[in-house]
Design a protein around this ligand. Sequence first.
Ligand code: SF4
Length: 241
Amino acid sequence: MRLTPAQIASFVRCPRLYSWQKEPPLSVFDKLSDSKEGKILFESIKRAHKYTAYENKVYPWKYLRGYIGRTIAADYNTNDYKELEACKKKIEKTVDYVQEWYQRYYLDDPVGGLPDIEAVQDIEGTSIFGKLPLVLAEGAPALVMVNSVSPKYWKVFLKDDLESRIYLAFATKYFDTPVERIIMYRYFGEGVSRTDFSVSDGNKSVFLILKDVFSAIKLDFSYPIRTESCKLCRYKDVCKI
Ligand code: SF4
């Protein structure tokens, strides 16, 4: 079995959510779309920090602007007037998010990053794999994460967030020194905000917790767990509990 930290965290949050993510019901899945803006923002952050790390220079805004335009335009038929207009709006909105991050945060502290370090950890026959999105903040390694959860719900996700703790444990193993800091960019509504937080006990018990989680996953549970995060769940319309 191979799992990403996000899949493991999803199982702990709600086994039904995990089982549906493996095989999403088509009628619901059709309605869903993962946030393109979030993915582009995250990719932009990685590109800029990676460039700074290798070139020792600030990543030019025009490169990011071009990347955003090309990525979004690939999803539209720009020969069609209506699609072209929709494409322009989407580009404009995404450029706003990324530009806000670029001007407010990156230009203020254009540190080099070490994004996309592959990490694999085997625990009792299960492989956990993920890419570590790392930057050096104030000289120390920190994880960068991007999330679209609004501040209203953020505390629900932050509390005991297993995904972040798994990444911190991976990073700690990689650097052979405790990595405790997470830089979280959140985009929602009209803007991007940044929160720094530390999970100082993040590495102590996470691999022990994972052993229990893997045993439960192997039993194929799919019971629902109603929590505050149900309000944000993509399956809430069909989840009858
Ligand atoms: S709505 Fe709640 S209980 Fe149902 S799948 Fe989503 S998270 Fe689980």
